[in-house]
Design a protein around this ligand. Structure first.
Ligand code: FES
Ligand code: FES
Length: 177
């Protein structure tokens, strides 16, 4: 069965007809031609397909495109209109990638994760649920554990997140479409 849906991707409106079984990842790549989110495992296990849907991080290989009808999807390519988003810049500054295949998913995940932590959402390793979330290295690793990097750039990815964590709040938000 096919359905016509509207997806707003990186600020642009797209009307596409998709089979109801089509994932958001396949709709983005195969129908809209947005190759920023990468297909790694296609099973929700590597995080390379992570995008933001209505500001929350989502593994797009596990989401049906029809479930995202009329929602706002942001990929790593659409995080900033001018220059690099602060999270992208931090990845460059700290050399947080090698082949770069996982990087768009990592970057989207960091943006979503910082929002979650900023709103006080606890993680599996948060000890005091009443205190403000402190993004220690342990918290960063736990919150980013859904994003794998086969090049093992993890130490520099954590360093990139520390750089953004320690920047001024206004700089941290960057420019979103
Ligand atoms: S491709 Fe989606 S989690 Fe691996
Ligand atoms: S930089 Fe190569 S998979 Fe992460």
């Amino acid at each position: 069965m096919e359905m016509r849906i509207t997806l707003r991707v990186d600020g642009a409106q797209h009307e596409v007809t998709v089979d109801t079984r089509t994932t958001l990842l396949d709709a983005l790549r195969d129908r809209i031609g947005n190759y920023s989110p990468k297909k790694g495992c296609d099973h929700g296990q590597c995080g390379s397909c992570t995008v933001l849907v209505d500001d929350r991080r989502v593994t797009s290989c596990l989401s049906l495109a029809v479930a995202q009808d009329s929602r706002d999807v942001v990929t790593a390519a659409g995080l900033s209109d001018e220059g690099l988003h602060p999270v992208q810049q931090a990845f460059v500054d700290t050399d947080a990638f090698q082949c770069g295949y996982c990087t768009p998913g990592q970057v989207c995940s960091v943006v979503g994760m910082l929002d979650e932590a900023g709103q006080g959402a606890p993680s599996h390793v948060t000890e005091d649920l009443d205190a403000e979330v402190e993004l220690t290295d342990e918290e960063i690793r736990e919150r980013m554990s859904g994003n794998l990097c086969r090049c093992a750039a993890y130490p520099n990815i954590v360093a990139a997140i520390r750089q953004v964590r320690d920047s001024a709040p206004a700089d941290r938000e960057g420019a979103r479409p």
